[in-house]
Design a protein around this ligand. Sequence first.
Ligand SMILES: *[C@@H]1O[C@H](CO)[C@@H](O)[C@H](O)[C@H]1NC(C)=O
Length: 239
Amino acid sequence: MMKMKLLLFLSGVLWVSADVLHQDLNIKGCSDSDGEFMYALDGEELWYADFKKGKGVEPQPPFVVHSSYPEGMYQFAVGDVQICRTNLGLRRKAMKDIPLERDAPSNLVIYPRDEVELGEKNILVCHVSGFYPAPVNVSWTRNGQKVTEGTSINVPFPSKDSSFTQISRLQFVPQLGDIYSCSVEHLALEEPMTRTWDVEMDNPQSGPGPSIFCGVGLTIGLLGVAVGTFFLIKGNECS
Ligand SMILES: *[C@@H]1O[C@H](CO)[C@@H](O)[C@H](O)[C@H]1NC(C)=O
C-alpha cells in the first residue's frame, strides 16, 4: 500500500525518504554537525527529535488528535542519525570530497501571526526559505536587545527544489514604538540577513497616521502665510 520513494539530496549531505501517497513525510537527514528526524503530515510537523533537548517533541496544539509514537522513538531517531552520519562519511570518501552546494536563503519575511492589538499577546513569525544545506540559526532582538525567551524554531522542511524552509516564532506583546528584528545565519551568508518590524508601522488602529496630520498642518500653515502676505501687500497699497 505504501510506496516509498528515496530521494538522495545532493552531495549526500541530506537524504530524505518520502511517502508521497498520503503526503506523509518522514525526514531524516544529517550533516557533520546537525541532524534531523521528523514525521510530518501535509506539511505539518507531527513529531520530531529535539537533539539539543534529548527528547521527542510533538509540536501540534492540544486540540489536534495526537498520533501515538512509541516510547523508544527518540532513541531510534538518534541511532538513525548516527547511521546517516556514517553513510555520509562513506559517501564523501567515495565521491572524493566533492564540494558542498551552498545556497543562501532566497526569502526572509517577518510578520505578526495575528492582527496587532496593543497590549495583546501575539506571535511574530520569521519565515526563511530557499537555503541549502539546513539548518539556519535565527536570533531575535527587541529594541536592539537580544531576546531568547519565548522563541522557538521548527526543524528544516524540504521543498520540492531541494532547498529548505524554517520558521522561527517569538511570543510578544505589542507596545507602541517597539522595534523587533530577526536575523538569520547560514553557511552561505557572510553577514547575517536581517529583517525588522516595528509595532507602530504595522498598527492599523491608529487611523490615518501622524504623517497625514503633519501634511494637513503644513498645508494650512503655508496657506496662512500666503493669505497673510496677500493682505500685507494689499494693505501697503492702500496706505
Ligand atoms: C549556529 O550556531 C551554532 C552555535 O552558536 C554555531 O556553531 C553554528 O556555526 C551556527 N550556524 C550557522 C549556519 O551560522
